[in-house]
Ligand binder design. Structure first.
Ligand SMILES: Nc1ncnc2c1ncn2[C@@H]1O[C@H](COP(=O)(O)OP(=O)(O)OP(=O)(O)O)[C@@H](O)[C@H]1O
Ligand SMILES: [Mg+2]
Length: 262
């Protein structure tokens, strides 16, 4: 009997994502959980939960592809594929007009340029510096005492964003704190910080060229302030798919589908 499902797992630095597809590439289910230490246990628990939700057993997975920073620790996968390839594949599947994909995760950011067939023709990556990543936003949201889920909406309330001149996360945090101490409104500091991360990310994207359509993936795409700042600064429409955090896992599941189908 042919096995009915295909699994993609993305073990990131902060979260683990998994996507299950059926034989027709249709979405069966997907999920996101905190990675915890290393991500392996969280990944196993997430996959077990998703299979249970669909009434499937591990034996019914035809093929598993794992991607992400923690991919080497997921022993049950059939194959590992790079995050660049998986984000590109997931994004192109969701929107074949996409030519630039920007993934902003917890600890790195990447920009990829695709051709009309969805092949990656160029990419650039920042994994050396927290500025331009979700970590920057988490540090700043904590400094301003705002939940990360509300940080972007707060920035959108600003009418007079402050300029944040430091590019380094540590110095930008001190700068933000000194603005707060001087009585600058919280939303204006938040907006300045969102502009700072947007210009950092656009600097990275400029290395591959920002050809339309531009899609933003990764958890930071859930931040409406980042999406708005990117769009304003680049003068481009930024497409955010329905569940941007799972696009890499979707790409992994699509690789699994291609390898495992008979
Ligand atoms: N609900 C939310 N609202 C706003 N931002 C969010 C939300 N959920 C997550 N984020 C942002 O997404 C980031 C995590 O993104 P993601 O889950 O893509 O990271 P990751 O894949 O584990 O990391 P990496 O790819 O760098 O290894 C957090 O740092 C945070 O800034
Ligand atoms: Mg990631």
């Amino acid at each position: 009997m042919t096995k009915p499902c295909f699994l993609g797992v993305d073990i990131g630095s902060l979260t683990v994502k998994a996507v299950l597809l059926d034989a027709g590439q249709r979405l069966l289910t997907r999920g996101v959980v905190p990675a915890g230490y290393g991500g392996q246990e969280a990944a196993e628990a997430l996959v077990a939960r998703l299979l249970r939700e669909c009434g499937l057993t591990p034996d019914e997975i035809a093929y598993t592809v794992v991607t992400g920073y923690g991919r080497v620790r997921f022993a049950t996968a059939d194959e590992e594929v790079s995050e660049i390839s998986c984000h590109a594949r997931g994004a192109f599947h969701l929107c074949p007009a996409v030519r630039t994909v920007i993934d902003i995760g917890g600890q790195d950011s990447k920009a990829m340029r695709l051709d009309a067939q969805g092949r990656v023709v160029d990419f650039a990556m920042n994994d050396k510096c927290a500025a331009g990543t979700g970590r920057f936003l988490e540090v700043m949201a904590a400094a301003l005492d705002v939940p990360i889920e509300q940080f972007g909406a707060l920035a959108l309330q600003s009418e007079h964003p402050v300029a944040i001149s430091s590019t380094c996360t540590v110095f930008a945090e001190s700068e933000a704190i000194s603005h707060i101490a001087r009585g600058v409104a919280k939303q204006d500091v938040a907006a300045g910080l969102h502009q700072a991360i947007a210009s950092r990310v656009l600097g990275l994207a400029a290395r591959v060229g920002l050809e339309a359509e531009v899609m933003l993936t990764g958890g930071v795409a859930l931040n409406v302030g980042v999406v708005a700042a990117l769009s304003r600064q680049s003068n481009q429409r930024i497409t955010v798919p329905a569940d941007p955090q799972t696009v890499g896992a979707l790409g992994a599941a699509l690789y699994a589908w291609h390898k495992g189908r008979r």
